[in-house]
Design a protein around this ligand. Structure first.
Ligand code: PDD
Length: 279
């Protein structure tokens, strides 16, 4: 598997970063995950736009132009033995000594890392049955809009799901639906698709934006507004979205059925629209 580190393409197993890298010491960096279908990156401009926004939010200078980023991704994609890929990009503030929380006085060279995993879109069976999820209080910081690599709270939240034998943990803050540990969450109430409003409390997914765009394009009623915990629990449908999971129906929440416990009609319509758009 060919990966990329700081200007060099090499087998993934041959690459390593210095222990003083601030990504390693502080989680001081940001990342992106870009799906690739049939060797074509999906929503690439949107992902690179969000990458630039994440970098600006944490005051790391963008180490590459748009054209350079495209070139790195193109090379990685071309060198894998599989057609559907998940491209991971990470930029950290780089290595500095001595260890100090504050930015190093001398500007560091950001560490740029990229690699590809095989991407397996959710199998038809999962699309047809849906998935189970649990809920949990959102204990993360107040800048969840940044796609930061410091993901300890997300890691613990996802592990709670695994421990409970389900696929995702849905996070609630102050009685409101926020998002999943690594996904955005939609709700359908009285036939209307509801999406939590983008804010500092959640990551605005590229898939989230696309689902709203598809709802618009196909005339599916939708509303972006706060969703209460009661609305989540009483919803006719609940969906999860992410670049790797696309759109999946959550049919069990904390052990209780969502709606009639099966993927709903609006989910099925959206899933179809997504597949057509992707193709
Ligand atoms: N995560 N919210 C969080 C906290 C996420 O980590 C993700 C995606 C999303 C959905 O974003 P998008 O639609 O752009 O994938 C929402 C990626 C897949 C990851 O951590 O690997």
């Amino acid at each position: 598997l060919t990966a990329y580190l700081n200007g060099r393409f090499a087998p993934l197993g041959d690459l390593s970063v210095p222990v003083l890298d601030r990504g390693f010491l502080f989680g001081d960096g940001i990342y992106e995950m870009i799906p690739v279908y049939n060797r074509t990156p999906f929503r690439l401009n949107e992902h690179l736009g969000r990458l630039a926004a994440s970098l600006a939010s944490v005051r790391i200078g963008n180490p590459h132009t748009l054209a350079e980023w495209r070139g790195i991704i193109e090379t990685i994609v071309a060198r894998q033995p599989f057609d559907d890929q998940s491209i991971y990009l990470q930029v950290t503030r780089g290595a500095a000594y001595p260890r100090n929380h504050a930015f190093p006085p001398e500007p560091t060279t950001p560490t740029v890392f990229a690699f590809a995993d095989p991407l397996t879109p959710p199998p038809t069976q999962l699309v047809q049955t849906g998935i189970a999820a649990v809920t949990q209080a959102d204990v993360r910081w107040l800048r969840c809009d940044i796609k930061a690599i410091s993901l300890l709270a997300n890691v613990l939240a996802r592990q709670s799901a695994v421990d409970a034998g389900v696929a995702e943990t849905v996070l609630l803050r102050d009685g409101k639906l926020i998002e999943g540990s690594a996904s955005n969450i939609f709700v359908v109430k009285d036939g209307v698709i509801l999406a939590p409003p983008p804010s500092n409390l959640m990551l605005t997914g590229i898939t989230y934006d696309l689902v709203l765009e598809l709802a618009d394009r196909h005339g599916l009623p939708h509303q972006v507004r706060d969703i209460t915990e009661a609305e989540l629990r009483g919803a006719g449908e609940v969906w999860l979205t992410s670049s790797s999971k696309e759109v999946l129906a959550i049919v069990t929440l904390d052990g209780a059925p969502v709606g009639n416990g099966a993927p709903g009609p609006i989910y099925k319509a959206m899933y179809q629209h997504y597949q057509v758009f992707k193709a």
